[in-house]
Design a protein around this ligand. Sequence first.
Ligand code: Q9C
Ligand code: ZN
Length: 355
Amino acid sequence: MRIEVPVICSQETFQHNPQYEIHKGERVPHLDSVERVLAIKRALKESGFANFKNIDVSSIDGMPWIRQVHDSAYLRFLQRASRRIRGLVPDEEVSPGEMRALYPQVFGYSSSCRSEESEAEIGLFAFDLYTPVMRHTFAVAVDSARCALAGAEILRRGEPYVYVLTRPPGHHAEKDKMGGYCYLNNDVIAAQYLIGNGAKRVAILDVDLHHGNGVQNLTYERGDIAYISLHGDPRFTFPYFSGYEDETGENAGQGTKHNFPLPKGTEEELYHETLKKALRKIAFYDPDYLIVAAGFDTHKDDPFQTFKLSTSYYWRLGKEIKRLKRRTLVLQEGGYNPEVLGESVVVFLRGLLGI
Ligand code: Q9C
Ligand code: ZN
């Protein structure tokens, strides 16, 4: 029998093409490029084991699941702000005062905003300057979440592994805030879908370089979604405000959140030892499904330059996760060097499939 893995992706992602982010007060090229998608797709096609599903995700009714996870005022803002933006027009055709991309400038210092200007309101709904709202942002973020739902459904029907090329990514998105290139929390939305369809427990393993603050905060008081994350120590790595070891969940969620912050320069052996500890927590939790928030910005050649994992390491990562023997939904998160990203995804999936 030929081994293959179902792959879900959507053309809509190409409508999301942020040009720049504001870093240390400077305008710098945005890292979440469309080249990332092209690199992943090319590598998957060449791999021979990717079974590209031609699902028209636009027909999936994702909003009921998205509304269970995100605040309705936030969703309304995102939709309205996207609609108001001129978007994909050449710079010279954008008249003064007209916007191509919306960034926060005043962060909300009260709990509500009486101005209805997008540039005022965004101060309540964004937590950084890395995550612009553009013409197609709402539609493309909804589409990315729909891809995650399509993947969850395939898993539910009995497939052991599914890979979803979710872009924009999801793990930083909060109940009512965008940030870290994320708008909608694909990971929690997919978990919510699986639980809504009968799963008792879902574990989310986050191997992106950055702590998934959104996943943790959205599930902090829930016992039905575990969150286990390995990431750069938030004392010096984005998103700074969460991901510390003593954050373990509250109320029904107490003991279902586990953070493994790691130092700058972390190499494969330390990473792997830590991974085994993290996977023990998951085995003990005994989930019906596993969702992997799969970021590859831990690569030694990634622009973040924080961890030192090589492309071949991702095979060991996949293989170790396979030992959990859980139906596994892989959702794409970060990974910003297109030169190594495609191969990293493929090598990871090979490990997961055991080939
Ligand atoms: N210009 C994800 O990996 N910091 N998000 C950017 C570098 C923001 C990463 C600073 C990092 C967000 C999904
Ligand atoms: Zn990341």
